[in-house]
Design a binder for this molecule. Structure first.
Ligand SMILES: Nc1ncnc2c1ncn2[C@@H]1O[C@H](COP(=O)(O)OP(=O)(O)O)[C@@H](O)[C@H]1O
Ligand SMILES: [Mg+2]
Length: 348
């Protein structure tokens, strides 16, 4: 047997292994699934993606989350991959129930996956001890929710609310820092107001200041504009943009507001628990100021589909519908580096 024959055989074996792997995933065997995901994570760990100087802020690999209740199992995340660099502002959009909050809660250290790996700021989130996790939640991430009841203490004023998360830290000038944060979110004039004296939008601005109190490396916001009016939503969204541009704050915002997301440099879309597509701001728009663009009217971003490590992509629903397929088979051809998808019935 020649050297090249041997090589071919190896390639064939690898292909067969990959096929076996796909089949076992298709069968939904939890055991084989976690074996596969841990293999894949090891690959990434090996090439120094995780903790080197150039390590991303977030690296999610093949995250799977299954919620089990007595009647049913919900597959909330189905092999989600995402990489977020330091200093990026990323928006996550997707229909209700697509897994956005599940993913954000994992990043916030509030939930654990059924399989997969998640690294934030070089830390393997699922290997943290209980004590490390408390510190992670206090120092590495800040969290803003749609419903600020989770963040705010109603009987304290704005200033006291902002100082609360600093109590257990070594921050020396807690008052100064609180005043700085009030200024940052444009709420200096309300520092002695209690929460029930503030509007929903103002409470949300205080919630953002609280989330920033301990200088988190990663700021997470789950539908922060979900229950405020249009004008307030614009203000809050622009505040996040300013934090990112002027202070280099890494931010991930979940939003269902497609219009607002048009302002962001990078928008990833989750469909059925997996990243399906990404939109990137066109260069022309990234250099323009807020007032110079009619964000609602213009196509500010380019859209890309995401290819996962097994070569799968999600075809946009409207394109798939336009093929009017009868079954689940599609004809794939490639010409001049262009791949085309056809309805097999159209060829006869
Ligand atoms: N604690 C839970 N128990 C059972 N199912 C859940 C739980 N949390 C979320 N789910 C389900 O997981 C899926 C994803 O939910 P979620 O992440 O909240 O979506 P989104 O934030 O995109 O609306 C949904 O089908 C939801 O019903
Ligand atoms: Mg949600």
């Amino acid at each position: 047997m020649g050297k090249s024959d041997k090589k071919d055989k190896n390639i064939k074996n690898t292909a067969e292994e990959a096929k076996d792997m796909q089949e076992s995933v298709a069968e939904g065997s939890a055991e084989s699934m976690s074996a596969i995901t841990s293999d894949m994570a090891n690959e990434a760990t090996d090439n120094d993606l995780i903790s080197g100087e150039n390590a991303p802020m977030v690296l999610a690999e093949n995250l799977v989350k299954i919620y089990k209740t007595s009647e049913l199992e919900v597959l909330a995340l189905q092999g989600l991959d995402l990489r977020v660099e330091r200093g990026e502002l990323t928006a996550i959009i997707g229909n209700s129930g697509s897994g956005k909050s599940t993913f954000l809660n994992m990043l916030g250290g509030l939930d654990e996956p059924s399989a997969g790996k998640l690294f934030v700021d070089g830390k393997n989130l699922f290997k943290l001890t209980a004590k490390e996790k408390v510190l992670y939640k206090r120092d590495t991430v800040g969290f803003v929710w749609q419903n600020n009841g989770r963040n705010l203490l109603p009987f304290m004023n704005a200033m006291e609310n902002i100082m609360t998360p600093m109590h257990l830290t070594s921050e020396k000038n807690k008052k100064e820092r609180a005043l700085e944060l009030l200024d940052l979110v444009g709420m200096s004039h309300r520092k002695f107001s209690r929460m029930n004296q503030l509007s929903g939008g103002e409470q949300q601005r205080i919630a953002i200041a609280i989330a920033l109190a301990n200088k988190p490396k990663l700021l997470l916001a789950d539908e922060p504009t979900g229950s405020v009016d249009r004008k307030t939503a614009d203000y809050i969204f622009d505040l996040f943009k300013r934090l990112n541009q002027e202070m280099g704050q890494t931010i991930i915002i979940v939003t269902h507001d497609v219009e607002l997301s048009k302002k962001v440099a990078r928008v990833v879309a989750i469909r059925d628990g997996k990243i399906s597509s990404e939109r990137i701001l066109k260069e022309h728009y990234s250099n323009l100021g807020n007032g110079e663009i009619n964000w609602m009217e213009e196509e500010t971003q380019d859209e890309y589909s995401i290819v996962d490590r097994a070569g799968r992509i999600q075809i946009p629903r409207n394109m798939l519908d336009s093929l009017e397929l009868k079954g689940n088979k599609i004809k794939v051809t490639c010409e001049d580096k262009t791949i085309m998808l056809h309805n097999p019935d159209d060829e006869q």
